[in-house]
Design a protein around this ligand. Structure first.
Ligand code: CA
Ligand code: CA
Ligand code: CA
Ligand code: CA
Length: 360
């Protein structure tokens, strides 16, 4: 009898290991799923809408040569075609804070998606691609958000160390108090933004095996992974008509916000920072360049079939002459109603308004 039980356990353990190793590294596998059970008593999980623990559209893993996702992720624009490996300020190359991508197949380092499919709640999802699973390591992964359409000198709250981001959505990964949080960082540089909302990491976060990464990291014994995470836009105080611009960054010190200790910025070879003169003279100027690739995009445009708007808007026309005694400035614009008009005087912002059907 004793011998029989030992044999049974031996077979059980071997078979469990076998199943695990077969499925452990299949690209598209949500291998660290969320336990999110939905808002309002439902079971809808925006990161895995069909609840099959697979990120791909078929539930079998990504097809060969593609990342055919169930969610229609939208790429966050990059300054450089390649987000290279080994461009981290802190942390190792091909490591857990090293963003990677694969531009040859059109796959990026960071993504966004808006989901308003459920009544009463509007989700904003983010995805970033890193070279290595951090395990239980303490790292930070953040999306920096501009919500007022201003960055650099045009943002009155721009300061050295934060060129105009109003919010940070950040993952504090696998520490004693891990979370996903929305933080108000307007004018804040030292990572001490005020938390507007925190979510349990087990609920609002999942890990997925990616298919693609920088080829230089292939074969290092580590698999590239996606971090998917999400928030409710009401927790920012935003609505689906609010316009945003986004940049992603990692940190090796997740006790604070990412701007206090950037490891890797998505969409730029960080090793060129400080080597190319004014345009990329420092971290702030890189963020400004990245954000200025984007036009402020309504959140409602970030759903299936949407995109982040790019390019610059037409210069508005001002009715002149303008005298010192004028209290109002009027004009018109070829941009759609609701477009933001910013009025400067000697480089200083003196007022903003919106384009209406009759001008501004
Ligand atoms: Ca799924
Ligand atoms: Ca990188
Ligand atoms: Ca701003
Ligand atoms: Ca980078």
């Amino acid at each position: 009898m004793h011998t029989t039980i030992k044999t049974f356990f031996a077979i059980l353990i071997i078979s469990t290991v076998g199943i695990g190793s077969l499925s452990a590294q299949t690209p598209g596998d949500i291998y660290d799923p969320s336990s999110y059970t939905g808002d309002g008593g439902g079971v809808y999980n925006p990161m895995d809408p069909n609840e099959d623990n697979w990120a791909d559209e078929n539930g079998t893993g990504y097809d060969a040569g593609v990342e055919n996702d169930e969610i229609a992720w939208i790429q966050i624009p990059q300054l450089s075609t390649i987000e290279p490996d080994n461009d981290t300020e802190t942390g190792g190359g091909c490591g857990s804070t090293d963003f990677v991508d694969q531009p040859i197949v059109g796959e990026s380092a960071s993504y966004v998606y808006f989901d308003d499919s459920q009544p009463g709640v509007e989700y904003l999802l983010y995805r970033v691609r890193v070279a290595k699973d951090p395990g239980n390591g303490a790292f930070g992964y953040s999306i920096l958000v501009d919500t007022d359409g201003r960055i650099g000198n045009s943002d009155p709250n721009s300061v050295a160390g934060n060129p105009g981001f109003e919010y940070e959505v950040r993952i504090k990964h696998k520490n004693t108090d891990a979370f996903v949080a929305i933080e108000d960082i307007d004018g804040i540089t030292d990572g001490s933004g005020s938390q507007l909302k925190t979510y349990d990491l087990d609920d609002n976060f999942q890990k997925v095996y990616a298919r693609f990464e920088d080829p230089a990291c292939t074969g290092n014994g580590e698999d590239p992974i996606f971090f998917d995470f999400f928030v409710d836009i009401a927790d920012f105080g935003l609505t689906s008509s609010s316009s945003i611009r986004l940049a992603a960054a990692t940190s090796t010190q997740p006790s604070k916000g990412v701007l206090s200790n950037v490891s890797d910025i998505a969409g730029i070879d960080d090793t060129v920072i400080g080597t190319l003169g004014d345009s990329l003279a420092n971290q702030d100027s890189v963020f400004i360049e990245l954000i200025n690739l984007q036009s402020p995009t309504p959140i409602s445009d970030l759903g299936t079939g949407g995109c982040i708007k790019t390019g610059t808007s037409d210069t508005p026309t001002v009715f002149d002459p303008i005298f010192d005694s004028n209290r109002r400035i009027n004009g018109y614009s070829t941009e759609p109603e609701g477009a933001i008009v910013i009025v400067f005087s000697n480089g200083e912002v003196i007022d903003t308004t919106n384009v209406s059907s009759t001008g501004f």
